[in-house]
Ligand binder design. Structure first.
Ligand code: SF4
Ligand code: SF4
Length: 162
């Protein structure tokens, strides 16, 4: 009986500690208050400086979590390319498939080039204007030329037969 009384007393003491003094709390009080006040901010997802506004991320997203919105001030990146839109991301819709990351030409969505997908967008030390002016080098250009020549030949043949 005495043991039972001590056991109950200890339980009450522990619970009072938990309820009044937040003993054993795993979430910080600041975080709890932020959650209750709806003030939780999500980590930065898009590297705005790196993004060229191509819209690939918005096109590929399977749940429409990304909208391309017009920029108030368009950004001239090269002589002939102006960034007019930027992706606006809705984290509540995102299911973290990372298609946006994998299909972004410069990995401006969800981080840097990597086989894994970092949650935070890191530093981006690339001159976009220079990057976009570099000629695209096709590694298998010979193969592509051969395919084009073959298709050309077939098209010509079809036209003469028709
Ligand atoms: S991770 Fe997937 S669901 Fe989330 S924004 Fe990117 S493409 Fe959309
Ligand atoms: S795919 Fe990349 S570069 Fe294109 S709009 Fe999305 S984040 Fe920007």
């Amino acid at each position: 009986m005495r043991n039972m009384f001590i056991f109950m007393l200890k339980g009450a003491y522990d619970n009072i500690g938990r309820i009044i003094f937040a003993k054993d709390r795993k979430t910080s009080i600041q975080m709890r208050n932020k959650i209750l006040a709806g003030q939780v901010t999500y980590p930065k997802t898009v590297n705005e400086d790196a993004c060229i506004g191509c819209g690939a991320c918005a096109n590929i997203c399977p749940v429409d979590a990304i909208d391309m919105e017009l920029l108030k001030k368009p950004v001239k990146i090269t002589k002939s390319y102006v960034k007019e839109k930027h992706p606006v991301f809705n984290p509540l819709k995102c299911m973290y498939c990372f298609q946006c990351h994998d299909n972004c030409p410069i990995f401006a969505f969800y981080g840097m080039p990597a086989a894994i997908h970092p949650r935070h967008v890191g530093d981006f030390d690339i001159n976009l204007a220079e990057l976009l002016q570099q000629p695209i080098v096709m590694k298998d250009k010979k193969e592509i030329d051969a395919i084009v020549a073959l298709l050309d030949e077939k098209a010509k043949k079809l036209m003469t037969e028709g």
